[in-house]
Design a protein around this ligand. Structure first.
Ligand SMILES: [Zn+2]
Length: 337
């Protein structure tokens, strides 16, 4: 059954333009769903970025996507959208724009476009990465892999032995995906050890040339220009793997830090990684108790009327999304598969 699903998905992705699926789908529904879009980075692509292309939308595509939203949806802030849902859950045609991880390029490339069209957006900030010189493990890992001349990576990790082929985009992408899985479920201290192990095995000395994050100055400037901010834990940890002793630091400290820096209430939260395995009932309850009013996931679909405000779905937009795929994703057709 899975193989059939994969084949159908592949057929849609590769032939969406030819098949005009979006147009066919639109015949079956009068209105568009409400959607919350999730971006990570907006930046011109360079050759070394191929491992993280799913996270990076080039500015030209981003502007086209904004124009599509303006034409087909009412774009509102997350806060306004919550007010609209409070009055009536059966809404359609509203779109909310969000960014996770607070990369500097959201200020450099996305912010001028959002300002140009007077669009609001919400940026979710993992506060441990603002003006601390720290970088995300996936940026460091990708940089190590693309900097190596080796053809394979031998790794002993937690009683398991990994022998991953690298070199050439296809093998390196496969190895990166495998390693991402190990990293995602490692604790913060383990991640540092794992990065050291990978860089040592691949003879790579880390150079510190990674994409930067927003500064507090950027955040303040954006907050005065239609951009709101939300919490994304402190260290970008999957909430389901946070221990009881870390709960306060991860869930409450980013809220308090942002509130102190911006002098305004912070009531929105986005789960890091955001898939179903990355949060659980305890974390949802804790987020409610800490005073958040909404929590966003990366469960990929439009909003439906009985969605829980603490488990709201979003639609992730990335560098592989052509105009047709973008429209398909928003129409809710892709998540069917
Ligand atoms: Zn994130």
């Amino acid at each position: 059954m899975n193989i059939i699903k994969v084949m159908i998905k592949h057929l849609i992705y590769t032939n969406s333009n030819y098949l005009q699926i979006n147009r066919i789908c639109s015949l079956f529904r009068r209105n568009s769903y409400c959607v919350i879009l999730a971006y990570h980075r907006v930046s011109p692509l360079n050759d070394r970025d191929y491992l993280l292309r799913e996270m990076i939308v080039d500015p030209v595509s981003f502007e086209k996507q904004m124009l599509f939203l303006i034409k087909n949806y009412t774009v509102v802030s997350l806060n306004k959208f919550l007010g609209i849902l409070e009055c009536d859950r059966n809404q359609s045609n509203y779109a909310v724009i969000t960014f996770d991880d607070a990369y500097l390029d959201s200020y450099e490339y996305a912010f001028p476009i959002l300002k140009k069209y007077n669009l609001s957006a919400t940026i979710f900030v993992p506060t441990d990465f603002i003006e601390t010189g720290r970088h995300f493990w996936w940026d460091r890992l990708a940089n190590i892999l693309v900097s190596s001349n080796k053809q394979s990576l031998l790794l002993n990790w937690k009683d398991k032995r990994y022998n991953l082929k690298i070199g050439g985009n296809v093998f390196t992408i496969k190895a990166f995906k495998k390693l991402c899985y190990l990293f995602k479920f490692a604790r913060n201290k383990e991640k540092e050890g794992l990065l050291n192990l990978v860089s040592k095995n691949l003879n790579v000395v880390e150079t510190n040339s990674y994409p930067s994050n927003l500064t507090w100055r950027n955040i303040r400037e954006m907050s005065q220009n239609n951009i709101s901010f939300g919490a994304h834990t402190h260290t970008h940890s999957a909430v389901s793997s946070v221990s009881d002793s870390e709960f306060k630091e991860e869930l409450l400290s980013p809220k308090e830090t942002l509130e102190n820096r911006l002098n305004q209430a912070i009531t929105a939260f986005a789960y890091p990684y955001g898939e179903k395995s990355d949060f659980n009932i305890q974390s949802v309850n804790a987020i409610k108790q800490l005073g958040y009013k909404v929590a966003l996931t990366m469960i990929q679909r439009p909003i439906i009327s009985n969605d829980d405000l603490f488990v709201l779905p979003r639609i992730g937009i990335g560098g592989y999304d052509t105009e047709e795929i973008f429209r398909l994703k928003l129409s809710g057709s892709i998540p069917l598969f």
